[in-house]
Ligand binder design. Sequence first.
Ligand SMILES: [Fe+2]
Ligand SMILES: [Fe+2]
Length: 393
Amino acid sequence: MALSLNSMTYFSSPKLPSKTLSLRSPAAYMASTLHTTSKEAENLKKPYCPPREVHIQVTHSMPTQKVEIFKSLEGWAEQNILVYLKPVEKCWQPQDFLPDPESEGFYEQVKELREKSKEIPDDYFVVLVGDMITEEALPTYQTMLNTLDGVRDETGASLTSWARWTRAWTAEENRHGDLLNKYLYLSGRVDMKQIERTIQYLIGSGMDPKTENNPYLGFIYTSFQERATFISHGNTARLAKEHGDMKLAQICGTIASDERRHETAYTKIVEKLFEIDPDGTVMALADMMRKKISMPAHLMYDGQDDTLFEHFSSVAQRLGVYTAKDYADILEFLVGRWDIEKLTGLSGEGHKAQDFVCSLSSRIRRLEERVQGRAKQVSTVPFSWLFSREIKV
Ligand SMILES: [Fe+2]
Ligand SMILES: [Fe+2]
């Protein structure tokens, strides 16, 4: 998971669905709105539809003959990618970091966790909650991987290396949202029902990574995202430590190290694609960067705030958990990791793509400096996740 940036448009905000007529009876509607806000009441009038819809979507952009590349890489993936998975017995589990409900000291451990969490400011919790919600929308990410031509899990239990990777990756990732969710529940600092609603809305909306069923685009996207999550969880770990909560720092740091391992695997797949098809891969990278890497939770909604994701991103940017500079840094890192500047034998289009991606991070930095140079309006917004307390964005 990661965030987007409020100061630079790295994602588009799809429009809310147009107003629809209520399918509920007036009596039922009145009864159910007794304890709701006007925004929630308005939502209750709508028949079910995703709160965020993406209307322009490109599908199957990879030429069909290229599917063969991925089929031919089955053995390679077995030897070179599956090795980045950890055997279950050697994996950490959320319970390793949480009070043990069977132990005599359970209540004492919970008390200690809650005491520590009191030292942490609200804006940190906004970011941690946003990170947790992003992790909890994991069904969407597994779906996204299974949209990719040539590597999707055709049966749900397919024995191809690609399918085994996707399932095991999902299983590893599943612990992230689980651990953060349980920690936040025990902390008593946040409105769990609002958070749970946001998760339900988000999974219902899906995501639009603009990867077009194309595994070139898909693996570039996941390379970028895994690094982005490594950075943001690493920063929430650092901040937790600064606030004196070593346990929370350990939780975030442990998740960050998983993200790093996943990043290594995905970047290795893309490295292989550069070896086999440098022209096609550099053009895919340029395409992905022109479209901008949208963040996994960009369709986030809590039933109240129509610009929740922007507000969450803004707090993350202000706290330095994930910033415009990080976006540029990730791109620069990937350009170096895949040795893009040294690619040879490219077509005219390939050369253009190479030039574009090699100069992009410095252009993003310049743009960001200009944005930072402008006087920023300070405002606060209520976050339902924190019982509608006002948070500076
Ligand atoms: Fe994760
Ligand atoms: Fe991840």
